[in-house]
Design a protein around this ligand. Structure first.
Ligand SMILES: *[C@@H]1O[C@H](CO)[C@@H](O)[C@H](O)[C@H]1NC(C)=O
Ligand SMILES: *[C@@H]1O[C@H](CO)[C@@H](O)[C@H](O)[C@H]1NC(C)=O
Ligand SMILES: *[C@@H]1O[C@H](CO)[C@@H](O)[C@H](O)[C@H]1NC(C)=O
Ligand SMILES: *[C@@H]1O[C@H](CO)[C@@H](O)[C@H](O)[C@H]1NC(C)=O
Ligand SMILES: *[C@@H]1O[C@H](CO)[C@@H](O)[C@H](O)[C@H]1NC(C)=O
Ligand SMILES: *[C@@H]1O[C@H](CO)[C@@H](O)[C@H](O)[C@H]1NC(C)=O
Ligand SMILES: *[C@@H]1O[C@H](CO)[C@@H](O)[C@H](O)[C@H]1NC(C)=O
Ligand SMILES: *[C@@H]1O[C@H](CO)[C@@H](O)[C@H](O)[C@H]1NC(C)=O
Ligand SMILES: *[C@@H]1O[C@H](CO)[C@@H](O)[C@H](O)[C@H]1NC(C)=O
Length: 795
């Protein structure tokens, strides 16, 4: 069973008896599918990448003539001999561009497969100084680029749309150029093939069956319909075969309640506007169908589409904006700097743009007057100044999909973004946020996560890469498993992009806005076995009630697996889950949201204070990866993050947590300098099996064949490891009546308990790298966290 997108994350629908849904089964619910993400995540085999793996490998061998293949996979421990090849002088300017273009064709896709567990790209252990160069756009020499848009209005206005269809995201000049670009660009070719394949699968399936989920409304099916419509419309335009139009029509009729099966109530609430995401996604689906297949629809079909979308979609949007039914449809129009605002405004905007000129009621104009200014104040502000998505790294997917669809549609339909790209300068950094929050053991998924994506991907990385001139965003995304799964990639990708995202990319990222102050550090961008450490210490309010009480929480990856990880969502339907983010909120009664459910320090077995105002500091050697996928970390390369967490606790007079890379990024030190007047517990959640030595000071963690040693360096006596179940503590306040925590099956808490007082708790993590012997590991000196510098731990 797949895991579920939420979204009773609507505070107004949760506060009382007005909820339109049944309260549902508060426990694991087979029919609504609320299960822990890591329990339900299908173990996927090698993806479709592998099918093309063989031809790609052949291409790599060809490319190797130009560069140098190093034999083994890109491993943390690969030899420094790679540097000899990596350091060869690279050509520059036009010569580089033309050689990059031909090498690109010879190589094909850079990634050879996706990791079967985490679905991240696997790169060959090769250097290729002609291709793995600085990220750039090189249109002139490569001959691979889009023509410029002939529609360049002098005074753009949202209601003055381009004269022809399609106008959403992919105008006709792009469709005309696409077939030739597909022939020349291996990524476009691969994605085109995949979209055709997916469309064929959907073609042969029955229409998406209506299903009202108690927590999720009709969001999943709305997104499935949108996903299908995108694929059908794409294939129609690429083939001119109207069988795709006919198939799309069946889907549209079904969603209008005109098919053979019923679809929702026979009222204007057919698209479930009380859960407006559902309405917005169906409106977007209709918009794409109408616009992309415009030339194929009969006049009566056109008017039926316009009527249906206006009646069930746009009109309810206007009702939501007017608050005329007590905020029921439109709670997301105020104070909602998150994914809801982006998805709802995005869908309405696409719908309005699609029918502009064919709608004689003025509804389309009215909608655009509402959505654009509102999205400027909400959706566009959903990232903080450093690019971090303020809900969670997972909700970034929904938010940026809504944002990019809306802006891209405005740009193509009306010739301008109307300021949405630039009103919040932080948005330009959101691609960097996504890259740094992604580790080899998947994302640092703090807060709520793990919901069904369907028509949502990280492909906005390509759109932002182009708009903000960050070619590395585009290069990063094009190798991801979700790049081929929607047609936006075909139009947001610029085939003039060249280079490798990792070339000259800093290994560390520090995102210092207080809302989510966090950092990540790694030993490589291209090694699936790399060391990756990420930690956060932001404020605990202002995250659309999607966060945890998690100041100081960290994740740790090494040897191809995650050693310290997140638990994710609680069941979204449990009582009070989205009530509010004040200290007394029922949300903070659930284990996965409580401080004890995080990888941080627990004091007096109490939750952290929601008023916490942590301050953070960061240092990095600023090491960057070079051109090679095989990166030998210099021995003095390091990074650290420290946070003053005193304000997060009632019974603490001082507390600094610090974490750092040691020994050329092969080991990690985690240190807590704390003075507390109540009991202290260090906690870490792991999927590993844990063995503790007789002294109690070394824990050996094992996952598969890989091992990690965790050692208590300080205090030298009185501190020992214990293991606990990842379940609520006996002293916790009771859950609301009839509620329970989701089980955290397979997860062990590694814990250290200390009495009240002053301590410097120092814990060393030694991943058991195959090429390191015991004597290769360092034992760092003891340095107070407040005195940490880049060199404070040099031996
Ligand atoms: C797109 O993919 C389909 C299915 O593989 C293929 O038939 C078609 O030729 C491709 N389009 C182009 C322009 O190559
Ligand atoms: C699209 O096709 C690819 C390749 O066959 C497959 O891996 C993927 O699951 C399909 N996506 C969907 C949404 O069906
Ligand atoms: C589809 O029709 C358009 C417009 O007439 C034309 O430019 C295009 O070449 C056709 N595509 C195919 C695959 O026949
Ligand atoms: C569905 O049927 C209704 C009522 O006949 C009609 O108004 C509407 O346009 C139809 N919509 C579609 C997409 O078939
Ligand atoms: C943090 O980001 C918010 C926008 O979300 C901004 O208003 C604030 O000024 C930023 N703070 C700093 C210190 O940059
Ligand atoms: C356990 O493994 C799953 C699947 O990789 C992962 O999503 C989860 O975060 C891990 N849990 C912990 C506590 O590391
Ligand atoms: C927050 O929600 C809880 C129930 O979860 C309620 O008791 C409390 O009054 C609410 N606080 C605010 C400020 O709304
Ligand atoms: C790393 O870069 C930061 C930000 O530019 C700078 O403040 C710092 O001094 C640099 N550190 C080193 C060791 O170069
Ligand atoms: C942990 O949970 C298991 C399974 O429910 C139980 O057998 C075991 O006693 C628990 N351990 C502790 C320390 O509570």
């Amino acid at each position: 069973m797949a895991y579920q997108y939420s979204s009773t994350d609507n505070p107004n629908l949760h506060s009382g008896s007005t909820t339109p849904y049944g309260s549902g089964d508060p426990y694991y619910n087979e029919s609504s599918g609320f299960v822990a993400p890591h329990q339900s995540k299908p173990k996927r085999g090698m993806s479709n990448w592998i099918k093309i793996g063989v031809p790609v490998l052949i291409a790599i061998i060809i490319a190797a003539v130009l560069g140098g293949v190093l034999g083994s996979r890109a491993h943390h421990n690969s030899s420094a001999s790679s540097n000899a090849v990596a350091n060869q002088a690279s050509p520059t300017g036009a010569a580089a561009a033309s050689s990059a273009a031909s090498v690109k064709e010879a190589i094909g896709l850079f990634a050879t497969a996706t990791n079967s567990l985490y679905m991240l790209p696997i790169y060959p252990s090769t250097t290729n100084t002609a291709a793995f160069t600085k990220p750039t756009f090189e249109p002139q020499a490569s001959g691979l680029s889009w023509p410029s848009d002939p529609f360049q209005p002098a005074n753009p206005a949202p209601t003055s749309v381009r004269p022809d269809h399609p106008r959403l995201i992919a105008p006709s000049y792009k469709w005309e150029a696409l077939p030739e670009l597909i022939q020349k660009d291996p990524y476009l070719k691969y994605w085109n093939d995949t979209i055709f394949g997916n469309a064929t699968v959907y073609y042969n399936e029955p229409v998406v069956a209506y299903y009202m989920d108690s927590g999720n409304g009709i969001l999943d099916i709305a997104r499935q319909i949108k996903m299908r419509i995108k694929a059908f419309s794409y294939v129609y335009r690429m083939t001119n075969n109207t069988k795709w139009v006919d198939r799309a029509w069946k889907e549209l009729q079904n969603a209008a309640g005109n098919g053979t099966n019923s679809f929702g109530p026979d009222t204007s609430e057919r698209w479930n506007p009380v859960h407006f995401l559902d309405t917005a996604e169906l409106t977007a689906a209709y918009a794409i169908a109408y616009d992309w297949m415009y030339d194929a629809w009969m006049p009566d079909q056109k008017s039926m589409i316009v009527w249906t979308m206006s009646y069930y979609g746009l009109q309810n949007g206007v009702i939501g904006y007017s608050n005329s039914n007590g905020m029921y449809y439109g709670w997301w129009t105020s104070n909602t700097q998150g994914n809801w605002n982006c998805v709802c405004n995005g869908g309405l905007t696409m719908g309005a743009l699609a029918i502009m000129g064919d709608d004689d009621t003025g509804l389309a104009e009215q909608v655009l007057q509402l959505t654009i200014p509102n999205a400027m104040l909400n959706c566009a502000q959903a990232v903080s100044s450093d690019g971090t998505w303020q809900e969670t790294p997972n909700y970034w997917y929904f938010g940026v999909t809504g944002n990019a669809e809306m802006i891209s549609s405005l740009m193509t339909a009306a010739g301008s973004d109307f300021g949405m790209l630039t009103t919040n300068p932080g948005f330009a950094n959101t691609g960097l946020f996504h890259m740094h929050v992604t580790g080899p053991g998947t994302m640092f998924e703090w807060g709520d996560n793990g919901v069904n994506l369907y028509s949502t991907t990280a492909n906005p990385m390509m759109f932002y890469g182009e708009q903000y001139n960050h070619p590395e965003y585009m290069l990063f995304q094009r190798d991801q498993h979700d790049a081929p799964s929607d047609p936006w990639s075909m139009f947001w990708y610029n085939p003039a992009v060249s280079g490798a995202f990792w070339d000259n990319m800093a290994l560390d990222g520090y995102f210092d806005n207080h809302t989510d102050s966090w950092a990540s550090m790694r030993s490589s961008w291209t090694d699936e076995d790399a060391l990756f450490l990420a930690i956060k210490a932001g404020t605990l309010q202002g995250h659309q009630t999607h966060n945890d009480l998690d100041c100081g929480d960290f994740v740790l990856d090494a040897l191809g697996t995650r050693w310290a990880g997140e638990l994710g969502d609680e069941n979204y339907l449990v009582t009070g889950y989205f009530s509010n983010d004040s200290q007394t909120s029922d949300r903070w009664l659930y284990y996965r949201k409580r401080t004890e459910g995080q990888n941080t320090i627990l004091v007096d077995a109490q939750n952290q204070l929601v008023t916490a105002q942590p301050t953070t500091n960061f240092g990095s050697s600023n090491t960057t990866q070079g051109s090679s996928t095989v990166f030998a970390v210099p021995s003095d390369s390091t990074a650290f993050f420290t946070a003053d967490l005193t304000s997060a606790y009632e019974s603490v007079t001082s507390f600094e947590r610090g974490v750092r890379m040691l020994n050329g990024r092969k080991q990690v030190l985690l240190q807590d300098d704390i003075t507390a007047s109540a009991s202290i517990m260090w906690r870490m959640h792991t999927n590993a099996s844990v063995e503790i030595d007789t002294a109690g000071t070394t824990a050996t963690l094992q996952i598969g064949n890989e091992r990690m040693e965790v050692k208590i360096l300080s205090p030298t006596s009185g501190a020992t490891f214990t293991t606990m179940n990842a379940t609520r503590l006996p002293t916790d306040p009771p859950l609301p009546a009839g509620q329970a925590d989701l089980p955290n099956t397979g997860v062990t808490v590694l814990a250290i308990e200390l009495e009240a007082g002053t301590h410097s708790l120092q814990v060393l993590f030694n991943p058991q790298w195959s090429d390191m012997s015991a004597s290769d590991f360092v034992t760092p000196p003891s340095v107070a966290v407040k005195d940490w510098t880049l060199t404070s731990h040099n031996n």
